[in-house]
Design a protein around this ligand. Structure first.
Ligand code: TRP
Length: 358
């Protein structure tokens, strides 16, 4: 239960502390970083409307949590966030994101070369689209927090997105990447849309550069084909995810499936990772059904299904039958010799996904 005059910082902070406990992470860094990224929205009472209509979550909460389970048993906790300044607007939000990176660079050992080589492409004096730059804050039980920046390929208008992405890959030493992805995930014209281009800000050789494509009205076979861009993985697992989380769905006509590709050190024309994001909230009557299906998926990947309840209990005490959207997305990450599942859980600080008639 939440106090009448609770702030976003208090509610999200409490959820984050609970999630840290489950994943076994010291809460000091996460809590401080949540405050940094919430910025002007932190001390805003939830009785007032959101300061900015962030697209991070359906109810405009500017943060979303996720817990990543590797099939080797390791776990990570992540926060997807948009930083919103006191006087928000497309240009002010972009500036706030840049300022946050500067502040983080003063405190953590960040690798900023990739960011610096592409940031001008994804900047604009009058940014377009639903956001300019988002952040992922990634916490592990051991080790310093890691950061990822997501850029909006449509920041200068949707028509220039392909050029920006192609140029960004080229600058990062991946001149073939765009044409590879085009062949596997940009085949259906307007239905396949460039959604996020992301770079990691850490020194690790893993997951350097990532491109996300929203695949509207896609079939499970489209996801399977998209996965087949990556050598030495089983693309059939993408189709299996669809059939467990959205059984009977032939065409994903609600929120789109999203395919992403990561290029890590040593990758040239082919990526070494494919992830499929399934917006489960649009394909279930409510979160009780979503919970069951996510548990079934975890069982198939030999991950203890009880973690789903721990994650849910960390963020809410509402009845799961009352709405869908607490479990927002589920993603499956496929690399040679490694798979992982990530469960995205909404804060619902501003009421959660608007109820549909079902
Ligand atoms: N809310 C947006 C959406 O659902 C963006 C987003 C938030 C998202 N978390 C995500 C997209 C996780 C993919 C996966 O599309």
């Amino acid at each position: 239960m939440r106090a009448v005059d609770a702030t976003l910082g208090e509610v999200a902070g409490n959820q984050l502390q609970n999630l840290c406990r489950i994943v076994g992470i010291d809460e000091t860094d996460p809590v401080r970083l949540l405050g940094d990224v919430l910025s002007a929205t932190r001390s805003r009472p939830l009785s007032q409307p959101p300061l900015w209509p962030s697209d991070v979550a359906d109810d405009n909460t500017p943060v979303e949590f996720s817990v990543q389970f590797e099939d080797n048993g390791s776990r990570h906790l992540r926060i997807l966030a948009e930083t919103i300044p006191a006087a928000p607007g497309p240009a002010a939000n972009l500036q706030a994101a840049r300022d946050l990176i500067d502040a983080l660079a003063g405190r953590y050992d960040l690798s900023l070369d990739r960011l610096h080589s592409v940031q001008d492409l994804f900047s604009s004096a009058s940014p377009q689209g639903k956001f300019s730059w988002w952040f992922s804050l990634i916490f592990t039980p051991d080790g310093a927090p890691k950061f990822k920046v997501y850029f909006n390929p449509g920041v200068c208008g949707a028509e220039s997105a392909p050029h920006l992405v192609e140029e960004a890959f080229a600058r990062l030493g991946l001149p073939e990447a765009y044409s590879t992805i085009s062949k596997y995930a940009l085949r259906r014209g307007e239905l396949d849309r460039l959604t996020f281009f992301a770079v990691d800000l850490d020194h690790s050789p893993q997951s350097r550069v990532k491109l996300y494509v929203s695949q509207h009205a896609a079939r499970p076979a489209d996801a399977e084909f998209a996965a087949s861009a990556v050598p030495c993985i089983d693309p059939g697992l993408a189709r299996a995810l669809c059939s467990v989380l959205a059984p009977g769905t032939e065409v994903f006509t609600g929120r789109p499936l999203i395919s992403s590709y990561s290029f890590v050190e040593g990758d040239h024309e082919k990526p070494s990772n494919y992830s499929l994001y399934l917006p489960i909230r649009d394909y279930v009557p409510n979160d009780a059904v979503a919970r069951e299906r996510v548990q079934q998926h975890l069982r198939m990947h030999r991950i203890d299904p009880a973690v789903v309840d721990e994650v849910i209990d960390a963020v809410t005490d509402r009845r799961l039958e009352d709405n869908a959207g607490l479990l927002a997305h589920v993603s499956l990450r496929l690399s040679p010799n490694r798979t992982g599942t990530t469960v995205y859980v909404s804060s619902e600080a501003y009421g959660g996904t608007p109820r549909r008639d079902r």
